[in-house]
Design a protein around this ligand. Structure first.
Ligand SMILES: Nc1nc2c(ncn2[C@@H]2O[C@H](COP(=O)(O)OP(=O)(O)O)[C@@H](O)[C@H]2O)c(=O)[nH]1
Ligand SMILES: [Mg+2]
Length: 200
């Protein structure tokens, strides 16, 4: 696949009428890097719905992220051209279990999902995988390689997350545009191989 994603960082906020659009989700547990990922790749100023985390939420949300002062309460939204006439709309969906109904709403019309996870909190990905699978969305796992996170072999990651051999697994640095682009290319390639041919 040609390296179109992100090749034109400034196509402007408007879209031409002849462009085709693909909707995909970026899902993952809280702190996995969803907002960071959408920020790193979007050609438009990403729409964020971050809210300051309140004391009331500290027992529910992750208390072990002392530097994290905001959390996504509805979604992140970004846009990136996959090619001159193919546009990917990215919806970052909140990871906390109490927002799963939002995830289900966001999944309408989505062709697939990038499931982002932090290797320090692999177990937090299970409930998200359950929802993504229940929604019937094809997905790719992207392990966000945080600096101080353990580096597992692919075999170990697959075993721990119980991944089907056909599910692509990539590692990425969500802060890096090129790395995010590579992960999204794997997702789109996966969608091309899993989605049925369009009816003519
Ligand atoms: N070192 C490192 N930090 C990251 C990476 N991705 C995200 N972060 C940081 O991890 C924190 C949580 O990321 P965020 O995008 O808000 O997670 P979200 O809850 O999934 O939207 C933020 O402070 C990010 O700056 C990464 O790849 N490497
Ligand atoms: Mg977020």
């Amino acid at each position: 696949m040609p390296d179109y994603i992100g090749s034109d960082p400034d196509p402007g906020p408007g879209l031409r009428g002849d462009e085709r659009t693909v909707k995909a989700l970026v899902v993952g547990h809280m702190g996995a890097g969803k907002t960071t990922m959408v920020d790193s790749i979007s050609e438009i100023e990403p729409v964020k719905t971050e809210e300051a985390m309140t004391d009331a939420g500290t027992h529910i949300d992750r208390a072990d992220l002392p530097d994290k002062t905001t959390t996504t309460v509805a979604m992140d939204f970004g846009r990136v051209h996959l090619s001159a006439d193919l546009v990917l709309y990215l919806f970052g969906a909140p990871g906390q279990a109490r927002f799963f109904d939002i995830l289900e709403d966001l999944a309408r019309g989505a062709l697939g999902a990038l499931v982002l996870c932090d290797p320090r909190h692999l177990a937090e990905t299970y409930p998200i995988l359950e929802v993504v699978e229940a929604l019937g969305l094809p997905y790719v796992i992207a392990v966000n390689e945080f600096d101080d996170a353990p580096r597992y072999t692919e075999a170990r990651l697959r075993e721990v997350m119980g991944l089907d051999p056909s599910t692509p697994l990539v590692s990425c640095d969500a802060r890096q545009r090129g790395s995010t682009r590579d992960a999204l290319i794997v997702l789109v390639q996966h969608l091309l191989t899993t989605l049925p041919e369009p009816v003519r």
